[in-house]
Design a protein around this ligand. Structure first.
Ligand SMILES: C[S@@+](CC[C@H](N)C(=O)[O-])C[C@H]1O[C@@H](n2cnc3c(N)ncnc32)[C@H](O)[C@@H]1O
Length: 302
């Protein structure tokens, strides 16, 4: 059994894209956020009316699984030091399951496209980079393989940024980290400062409206590519993420809690596409791809 209703979602997307009122008009970031929330909400409600008992049961289960609970990692009740310790542990999990290797592979097409077009290093900005390990892994690979990149990581939590900068300095990395609110990019970025904006394993921390605003702001800041990589919404991630985190974190309760919330929050493939089409309907390319066994990517070329 699958968790996502792929055929239903595909039909819904096709019908929405053909509708005269799609993509919805928006003038302000607040308006865009509302439009994206409304589109995703409409799809989620429509699934409950899908034809056939089996589909309806699946849609009801999917809806029941979904949650708005905030991860420990995002709770102000936790001290910055404890939150930084959590992202450090998450890094060990990522390394153990070879996530970075896979993420870099998914980012390569955007890097290569910028380099081929502009004949200069691609300037990359990671949003919500946590411990910063992916950007540092990309930096190591770039040096080994002569990959043309300039790398900046960012997070809203200052202590994550400080810890990542310390690791970068200790490892002789060129990558740097700065504090950035991923939902408020425009005042912080100089137009044309970045070519590729990417966000990895963090999209589920943001609602559809926030993701849409992130995409639109990356574009307004002059980025040519936006890449989102997250866990795939599936029964497999729902069943396996917590036990995996439990084993690899040696039973860290708050990380196990966050793993459970995370698997329940992952976006359906069609929801990611819907958000991208509301935020950047006229983009040159919008592609959602599954990367078995557990990831999904959304790649937008503006
Ligand atoms: C699950 S962690 C992912 C970290 C990292 N990308 C990784 O894969 O290990 C989510 C991250 O999102 C960050 N975050 C949450 N809200 C944010 C915001 N508004 N702007 C920037 N970062 C944010 C958190 O501080 C945390 O580091």
């Amino acid at each position: 059994m699958r968790l996502q209703l792929h055929p239903f979602d595909r039909r819904w997307l096709a019908e929405r894209r053909a509708a005269a009122d799609f993509p919805p008009r928006w003038e302000t970031m607040a308006g865009l956020g509302e439009a994206a929330e409304a589109e995703v909400d409409a799809l989620r409600r429509a699934r409950l009316g899908a034809a056939g008992r089996a589909q309806q049961a699946r849609a009801r289960f999917d809806a029941a699984v979904r949650t708005d609970t905030v991860e420990w990692m995002d709770r102000d009740a936790l001290s910055p030091a404890e939150r930084t310790e959590m992202v450090r542990r998450l890094h060990h999990f990522n390394r153990a399951v070879l996530s970075y290797h896979r993420h870099i592979h998914m980012l390569r097409p955007a890097i290569d496209a910028v380099h081929a077009r502009a004949r200069r290093p691609a300037r990359l900005l990671e949003l919500a980079s946590g411990a910063g390990a992916l950007t540092l892994a990309l930096d190591r690979l770039a040096r080994r393989r002569g990959l043309p990149v300039e790398l900046t990581g960012s997070d809203i939590v200052q202590s994550h940024v400080d810890a990542a900068n310390r690791r970068a300095a200790a490892g002789g990395h060129r990558a740097r980290f700065r504090r950035l609110d991923a939902m408020d990019l425009l005042p912080a970025l100089t137009p044309g400062e970045v070519d590729v904006v990417y966000i990895v394993q963090a999209a589920h921390h943001f609602g559809p409206g926030a993701l849409a605003r992130m995409i639109a702001q990356a574009r307004l800041a002059g980025a040519r590519h936006f890449v989102l990589i997250d866990g795939r919404r599936s029964l497999r991630t729902l069943a396996l993420l917590v036990p995996l985190v439990a084993v690899l974190s040696r039973g860290h309760r708050k990380l196990m809690h966050d793993a459970w919330i995370t698997a329940r929050k992952f976006y359906a493939d069609a929801e990611l596409e819907l958000i991208a089409r509301v935020a950047a309907g006229d983009a040159r390319q919008i592609e959602v791809r599954a990367h078995e066994p557990a990831f999904v990517s959304l790649s937008i070329r503006f």
